[in-house]
Design a protein around this ligand. Structure first.
Ligand code: UDX
Length: 440
């Protein structure tokens, strides 16, 4: 089997490398010649644990190639995957499909022999049909089938998500196309991964329904956390108590500063728009989007309150700015709203992130970026944890306390236990649990 992967962004690169690990010969294509050159030198443009080794091994074994030559890659492929970006369109929240449709046209011109054209990027319902129309219009003679095969990869654990997924979803119209897809995913049959075959439109919707459901689940526990604070209840126990009910499930019930990243904010918005236009508005998700937006400002207010009601003229030490740990991705990170709000309120910020600072520097001006977690703390009036990187879970608390001007700790990810922190002498504020003053 031979495939072409169009777009070597996050999804394309991970999927391409993983398919080649499955024994498929993969050619990854990108318009960005610099990126292809770097990949050919073995440099990986994103931070994803294990990806560098995988790319190196597959490239050495002659199963993974990088090129800008779309035509040659498509001509010899049994299946072509479209994994280009689908950013939110400015203004209306719809996904911008110009890259997908542009790729479809270029693919059409290069098709040779029977080829399955697969959309892997998250695309609104109806995109597959439009890709089919574009190809048919460009090349009336082409022998092809369209397939929707959404990815469910989480940044930071994308490789194991690909190799050992909960399920694979394949939307196809013909048996021939299903057979090609079955062959590509053959190794997953050995580990009895459920493969859900469905129509193209249904498959497209499954991806959005999954992501919006998860976004709603996070938002639900975030609101319950706020209620816990008012009532003196503990959200961790609530999450455990409800999560043990198999119908609810214990995952994705961790409260925090609101969801971020490259998928949830974009996909919730896109499905809201699609649903409104279809005349079946998803009012739950509209509310989820609204709550999550407002939550970031509320988190800034929470930090300000923990600092005694004002941060004017104060210095805050910030740990973690990416939207979650184990990634350098800053897209829609809550920190992008929280930190400017703190600056506006008059705070000076010193920040550290293990992988995200390079990206963050461009997006968050006026912050003093530090080399280590401890460097942020010297003389600061409070310490704020925004992203739960592992190294922030085991801080030397004595050292932290000696560095800070006042022992105020705001933990937006509930990394620490309230009673432990109070005993260690911190005025500790967290999310949805009783926050305790320092034990003197
Ligand atoms: C997500 C989905 O998990 C994946 O299936 C989808 O296809 C793409 O989007 P990812 O964006 O990598 O993956 O991040 P994920 O680990 O799901 O976290 C998303 C956001 O939700 C993060 O900002 C995270 O901090 C937040 N989150 C997650 C919570 O606040 N609480 C939780 O319990 C879980």
């Amino acid at each position: 089997m031979r495939i072409a992967m169009i777009g070597t962004g996050y999804v394309g690169l991970v999927s391409g490398a993983c398919f080649s690990e499955f024994g498929v010969t993969v050619t990854c294509v990108d318009k960005d010649a610099g990126k292809i050159e770097r990949l050919n030198r073995g440099e990986i443009p994103i931070y994803e644990p294990g990806l560098d080794k995988l790319v190196e091994n597959s490239a050495k074994a002659g199963r993974l190639f990088f090129t800008t030559d779309l035509k040659a890659a498509v001509a010899e492929a049994d299946a072509v995957f479209i994994a280009v970006g689908t950013p939110s369109r400015r203004g209306d929240g719809h996904a911008d499909l110009s890259y997908v449709y542009g790729a479809a046209k270029e693919i059409a011109e290069a098709l040779s022999g029977h080829t399955v054209v697969v959309t892997k990027s998250t695309v609104p319902v109806g995109t597959g049909r439009e890709v089919e129309r574009i190809i048919r219009e460009t090349r009336p003679d082409a022998d092809f089938d369209i397939v929707s095969n959404p990815e469910f990869l989480r940044e930071g654990s994308a490789i194991s998500d690909f190799m050992r997924p909960d399920r694979v979803v394949i939307g196809a119209r013909t048996e021939k196309a299903r057979e090609v897809m079955r062959n590509l995913y053959r190794p997953l049959y050995l580990i009895e991964t459920p493969i859900v075959f469905t129509s193209v439109e249904t498959s497209e919707l499954i991806k959005y329904a999954a992501n919006t459901f998860l976004a709603a689940k996070i938002t639900f526990i975030n609101e319950i956390a706020d209620l816990c604070e008012k009532l003196g209840a503990d959200v961790h126990d609530v999450a455990k108590g409800i999560g043990l009910d198999g119908r609810i499930g214990k995952k994705f019930l961790h409260p925090g500063p609101g969801y971020g990243g490259s998928c949830f904010p974009k996909d919730t918005l896109a499905l809201v728009r699609t649903a409104q236009e279809a005349g079946a508005p998803l009012r739950i998700i509209e509310t989820v989007v609204d709550i999550n937006d407002k939550r970031k400002r509320a988190m800034a207010d929470k930090i300000i309150a923990a600092c005694g009601g004002s941060v004017k003229g104060k210095t805050l030490a910030i740990l973690g700015v990416t939207f979650k740990p184990n990634t350098d991705d800053m897209r829609d990170s809550p920190s992008l709203d929280i930190l400017p709000a703190l600056q506006e309120a008059g705070a000076a910020l010193r920040a550290f992130d293990p992988a995200g600072m390079h990206e963050a520097e461009k997006m968050l001006p006026g912050i003093l970026w530090c080399e280590t977690a401890y460097e942020t703390m010297g003389g600061a009036d409070a310490l704020v944890i925004i992203t739960e990187w592992n190294e922030f879970r085991a801080l030397d608390l004595k050292r932290v306390k000696s560095l800070l001007k006042s022992p105020v700790l705001v933990d937006l990810r509930n990394v620490y236990e309230p009673d432990m922190m109070a005993t260690a002498g911190f005025d500790y504020t967290c999310v949805g649990r009783v926050s305790l003053p320092a034990v003197q």
